[in-house]
Ligand binder design. Structure first.
Ligand code: SF4
Length: 727
């Protein structure tokens, strides 16, 4: 043991422990920090607390890089986290400066770490510094002890680390603890993820959820952390100290009851989880196929929900909730899965998932229409600590360049990366874990890095790579084809942290349900939904119970996209926990404060202006190649006619050019409209009066930043050079 620290475990009151934990791995310093009412009122909790801790903890006089010792990893649940009466109430929110984007990334993840951390006495945990050897941090919330241990004897693979720590630290085989780990891949890639464990009571083994996006696992290993452990023997109904326990029980019962009644008639999440989505996405031309070129393929049938239903072990026959009391129960797995490649070749393992994003990213998007291979990639990405979304999207980009003859085997380290070349994909994956070859040296750094690498070393056309490389702000796209959804183009491009589905997932509402047909409605949605979705991350909640199962009469409500009945449930839940009178609109205000604060944090990090929201890869807005145009020719021809363009006698290339000019201009107009609705300037800066209205003006540096930038004009939109100072 390198350090030991003891403390009195506080009583949780109205959802808060009212203190946070600080650990510095350079000095082994451990201390507690108070949480006052101003912090609760301004930042609510969860991601809000993480951001506030980082804002104060990072040096303010310079841009902090992801691998600076001063960079932090913060983990928090929220005031509603750890409530055993409510579906989806077990989430942790992790933040750090991302290796991929250079700004704050946050990831919302299941498992028991966040609740165990709170019940151990901490609303959030803040880790700074870098250890000089591998370490793990053990939080014993039963005894009030925190220990930093030498971890040089721990194994490398994420799943094995959990097994060893369970044996070492608990008499209950790990049932009372949650472990956070990365893996060897996270050491060599910028797309490293974190695995958060939860105990599967039915199978009697640890299971995992991933904080996938933006490379927090990479920061974790750069700090030389092998694992975090939070142990708490029992979690009970009243441990959160709610203002009104009976009211929480009542609203929890109503929401859970509705899910249990409606899920069988709606998405059948209890049986197939998010694997119900590939068939719907394919039907609506939204399923990314071969690097987002099209939104579906006849072969995609092999990845539909009925296939996964047969593969998932005991699908729908028991308890598969990453938060045990969650009525949705969507966290399915494959037991006894025999691996074909890698260090575990021939072994039978448990695969957590796959979820929709993995099925699309590591399946259709790379031309692998084979469920077994998708599960294999899923297992190894988790075991190595790699984000399946970034891995699949990066692989799609490399494959398209390879298929098009822009690069050859010299550029890929000998791998024949044609569409569907599953064995070669697996080989690249294993190279990342080993830190060798193309995978270990280049691929794991993602699309933006590879664009620079291929341009510089192999002379690949930069403009083409900007068009087809599916990243923005440095983060790889999550798995939706957005060509026909302007709202989702903005939902990806106008985000705080890059194109992910956590912040603004509008595609279904826009393209499938057509809830926002006008331009103004799309701009309104780009205000409302990012704010609303942020609220879950402030409170330690999962978003799926909000709109993956809806009330039977939801379509008849005034605003079905918002699922008004569930918004009212959440307002009652928040009020019953905190004792603060709360209506639906108050929830949005909570988020708006944090959302604007994060935007200002980005500006402090040298980004967060209009330039950084511009230049989405054109493939996310329309067809890049003539082949893509011709594959949906009737649709695009009709659209050109609708906007008054005479297509008679025009070649595909000419028509495609006209379509592109229109779509790029439309995105610019959408940006103007969304900024206006959010109370931001044309350059994307929150206006000083907005900051005051939100009550953030008590933070002097916040006002300094917005006052410095609020009258800046957006620069002329010129596509920056690849490998430029953007990083
Ligand atoms: S809905 Fe699924 S992911 Fe969300 S908490 Fe419940 S089981 Fe976990």
């Amino acid at each position: 043991m390198l350090k030991e620290f003891t403390y009195d475990v506080p009583t949780i009151e109205r959802g808060y422990a009212s203190q946070t934990l600080y650990v510095n791995l350079s000095s082994n310093e451990i201390k507690l920090r108070p949480v006052d009412d101003k912090m609760k009122e301004t930042f609510t909790g969860g991601k809000g607390f993480d951001l506030w801790l980082m804002w104060n903890g990072l040096p303010k006089d310079r841009i902090v890089k992801w691998d600076d010792p001063e960079n932090e990893i913060c983990i928090a649940t929220g005031p509603l986290g750890g409530v055993t009466q409510y579906p989806g109430a077990g989430k942790s929110i992790v933040t750090s400066i991302s290796p991929e984007t250079g700004i704050v990334i946050d990831s919302n993840v299941g498992g028991y770490f966040g609740p165990n951390l709170k019940f151990s006495g901490f609303d959030a945990m803040e880790i700074q510094g870098k250890a000089d050897k591998d370490v793990y941090i053990f939080i014993d919330g039963d005894k009030g002890r925190i220990e930093i241990h030498d971890a040089t004897d721990l194994p490398d693979l994420a799943y094995e680390i959990t097994r060893v720590l369970s044996e070492r630290h608990t008499e209950k085989e790990g049932k009372d603890m949650s472990v956070v780990t990365a893996g060897p891949g996270a050491e060599h890639a910028w797309m490293g993820c974190l695995n958060f464990s939860w105990w599967d009571m039915r199978r009697d083994l640890p299971r995992y959820k991933q904080a996938g996006r933006g490379g927090i696992g990479t920061v974790f290993r750069n700090k030389r952390i092998k694992a975090l452990v939070a142990k708490k023997d029992k979690i009970t109904l009243d441990m959160n100290g709610p203002a009104d326990l009976e009211a929480i029980k009542e609203v929890g019962r109503e929401h859970s009851g509705e899910i249990l009644n409606q899920d069988p008639n709606q998405n059948r999440m209890r049986v197939i989880g998010t694997a119900h989505l590939p068939s719907i996405m394919d039907e609506f031309d939204l399923l990314p196929t071969r690097n987002f070129r099209t939104g579906g393929d006849p072969e995609a049938r092999a990845l539909f929900g009925d296939v996964w239903e047969k593969i998932f072990t005991n699908a729908g026959k028991g308890w598969d909730g990453c938060w045990r009391p969650c009525a949705i129960n969507c966290s399915h797995c494959i037991e006894g899965f025999e691996l074909r490649t890698g260090p575990f070749k021939g072994k039978k393992v448990v695969v957590d998932g796959p979820e929709y994003e993995t099925i699309a990213g590591c399946g259709s998007n790379i031309g692998v229409f084979d469920a077994h291979w998708v599960a294999e990639f899923n297992f190894y990405c988790d075991a190595y600590g790699l984000d399946t979304i970034s891995f699949g999207t990066t692989m799609g980009f490399v494959m398209e360049l390879f298929e098009g003859g822009h690069i050859d085997q010299k550029a890929t380290g000998g791998h024949k990366l044609n569409w569907g070349a599953a064995e070669h994909v697996a080989a690249v994956l294993h190279e990342i874990a080993e830190g060798k070859g193309f995978g270990g040296k280049h691929f794991g750094k993602g699309v933006r890095y590879l664009k620079g690498y291929f341009a510089k070393e192999f002379g690949v056309n930069e403009k083409h790579m900007q068009d087809i490389g599916m990243e923005h702000k440095g983060l790889e796209y999550s798995e939706y084809v957005t060509k026909e959804s302007l709202a989702q183009q903005g939902g990806y491009g106008l985000t705080l942290k890059g194109p992910q589905h956590d912040e603004a997932w509008l595609i279904f509402l826009d393209q499938v349900h057509n809830y926002m047909p006008t331009f103004e409605q799309k701009a309104e949605a780009l205000h409302y939904f990012p704010m609303w979705r942020t609220w879950f991350g402030l409170n330690g909640l999962c978003k799926l119970p909000w709109n993956d199962v809806v009330p039977p009469d939801n379509a008849e409500s005034d605003e079905p996209a918002k699922v008004p009945k569930h918004v009212e449930f959440y307002a009652r839940f928040f009020e019953a926990m905190t004792g603060r009178p709360t209506k639906g609109k108050d929830l949005i205000k909570m988020s708006e404060k944090v959302y604007n604060f994060q935007r200002i944090f980005n500006i402090r990090q040298g980004k967060g202006l209009r330039l950084h929201d511009s230049f989405i890869p054109y493939r996310s807005a329309g067809p890049v190649t003539d082949w893509e145009y011709e594959s949906r020719q009737d649709r695009y021809d009709a659209q050109l006619k609708d906007i008054g363009i005479d297509i008679a006698g025009k070649s595909t290339t000419e028509k495609n050019k006209a379509l592109r000019e229109n779509r790029e201009e439309t995105y610019r107009l959408l940006t103007d409209a969304a900024y206006k609705r959010r109370g931001w300037t044309r350059n994307g800066v929150p206006r000083p009066e907005k900051v005051k209205e939100l009550g953030l003006d008590w933070i002097p540096e916040v006002m300094n930043i917005v006052q410095k930038h609020h009258d800046s004009e957006p620069p002329k939109e010129t596509l920056p050079k690849i490998d430029s100072a953007w990083r």
